[in-house]
Design a protein. Structure first.
Length: 188
């Protein structure tokens, strides 16, 4: 029979091994590679310095990169102001709660369906007005976390590339972006 310190040590070893294997799992899917010299819009939530590095890497690989900020898609027309409800008055006290619940329920539905319509309109506008064939979404994470990327074909709105990449100690922004570009173009 094993003594307690050996059993604890073995359990810690397997727990660490399991944790490391879960942290280092990468996911990759590519239905068709992005062709070079196509128009792409790259959206990433990062500082301007990092955005410039990312855009430079795409430009160096021959992509026609369009300057797009995610904040450009959010307008005040999409926001309902709660002050609008101050104008609503009800005559009967016992129906106040029921009417208010219906009002908020309708407000939620209008916002939800309006969001989906706005998203479709923005994607169509990118494709038609800006001559963008692919939308690339990236999120870059520091060491020991997972960076991810997605590419959407704007003609069909199909998701054509997905990748989760666990960043290592030696990875920097350039290496991660180059790996993503190689992956989405089918080179690796």
């Amino acid at each position: 029979m094993l003594n307690k310190p050996k059993t604890t040590l073995i359990a810690l070893f397997f727990a660490a091994l399991t944790l490391i294997s879960c942290m280092s799992r990468s996911v990759k899917y590519l239905s068709r590679p992005l062709p070079p010299n196509t128009g792409v819009a790259v959206i990433v939530d990062a500082s301007n310095r990092v955005k410039n590095v990312i855009m430079a890497r795409f430009l160096a690989r021959g992509f026609a990169v369009k300057a797009v900020n995610a904040s450009d898609f959010y307008t005040m027309d999409n926001v309902f102001d709660i002050r609008d409800f101050k104008k609503i008055s009800y005559l009967e006290r016992e129906h106040n709660l029921l009417s208010l619940e219906k009002t908020f329920d309708n407000l939620y539905k209008m916002h939800y369906y309006n969001f989906e319509v706005n998203k479709a309109e923005v994607l169509a506008e990118m494709r038609n007005k800006w001559n963008v064939q692919y939308l690339v979404l990236l999120e870059l994470k520091p060491f020991a976390r997972t960076s991810w990327g997605r590419a959407i074909d704007l003609r069909t709105n199909d998701l054509i590339w997905i990748e989760n990449y666990p960043t290592s100690f030696i990875d920097n922004t350039e290496k991660i972006v180059d790996k993503f570009i190689d992956s989405m173009t089918g080179k690796k």
